[in-house]
Design a protein around this ligand. Structure first.
Ligand code: AP5
Length: 243
């Protein structure tokens, strides 16, 4: 980023917009204790449970969560030109162009809290994104939450978000307390039709990254087609093996 904007042909994300997006994302970031050097990548298909498990990894490692999905949704909420352009891709279940995502990550990694590595959630999602990341950060492990497609649709269509706390619920698998039900929202891209496009994008553009990281000895596969608690235990065990 040279002139205060992110993304070549895209509407520029000016510094003030970036700072507002960052503040929004930091509100839901818990930072505990000292971190170990190196970043962790939380990898998996849409609805695999990356966001659900991220909080525990943050608690265990002290690394701040960096979710490109959350950053993009903050830009959409802000109504910035970049956010509006990204929204078209997100609503269609397509990946936002690499140049925009890489620009956002380059900016985010310059923040003070990123010095000991971060927890990437939903990034990288293409081989060009992973190649760019390799040049600017050390990735110490990639935790892949593996869930078959037929389980994904139910998870995504039933997902509900609490806009005040950022907590992720599910109408069947993780119901919200009754007093919060009235304020829950559904993401606009959480429709059955959009999930199919997101799964297509995952299989064609993102899934090949598993082999890419496996060849580098970084991939840890977790069985994600289990209860939230069981997946959490597998994630904790993976973290204890690498740190
Ligand atoms: P993003 O926000 O990253 O969405 P995603 O990867 O599709 O992942 P999700 O947030 O849908 O799922 P998750 O794995 O976090 O699951 P969760 O824990 O919520 O990206 C959105 C869009 O932004 C993309 O489509 C793209 O357009 C764009 N984008 C973002 N990053 C990009 C990038 N790097 N490059 C290009 N474009 C990018 O769980 C889902 C539900 O299941 C919840 O209701 C939860 O309660 C439930 N659940 C979780 N675990 C379990 C379990 N074990 N059993 C039963 N239910 C469970």
């Amino acid at each position: 980023m040279d002139n205060g904007s992110v993304g070549g042909l895209w509407p520029p994300l000016v510094r003030t917009e970036y700072v507002i997006i960052l503040r929004h994302c930091l509100k839901t970031t818990k930072r505990l204790g000292e971190s170990m050097v190196g970043s962790i990548v939380l990898f998996g298909p849409p609805g695999a449970g990356k966001g659900t498990q991220a909080g525990r990894i943050v608690e265990l490692t002290g690394k701040p969560q960096v979710s490109t999905g959350d950053m993009l949704r903050a830009a959409v909420k802000l109504g910035s030109p970049m956010g509006m352009a990204a929204k078209e891709y997100m609503d269609a279940g397509l990946l936002v162009p690499d140049e925009v995502i890489i620009g956002l990550i380059q900016e985010r990694l310059q923040e003070d809290d990123a010095g000991q590595g971060v927890l990437f959630d939903g990034f990288p999602r293409t081989i060009p994104q992973a190649e760019s990341l390799e040049k600017i950060a050390i990735v110490s492990s990639v935790i892949s939450i593996e869930v078959p497609d037929d389980a994904i649709v139910d998870r995504i269509v039933g997902r509900r978000m609490d806009p005040e706390t950022g907590e992720i619920y599910h109408i069947q698998f993780k119901p919200a307390p009754p007093e919060f039900e009235g304020r829950l929202i559904q993401r606009p891209d959480d429709t059955e039709e959009t999930v199919r496009s997101r799964l297509d994008a995952y299989h064609t553009q993102t899934a090949p990254l598993a082999d890419w990281y496996s060849e580098r000895g970084l991939l840890i596969r977790i069985e994600g087609n289990a209860s939230i608690e069981q997946v959490g235990k597998s994630v904790e065990s993976a973290i204890s093996r690498v740190f």
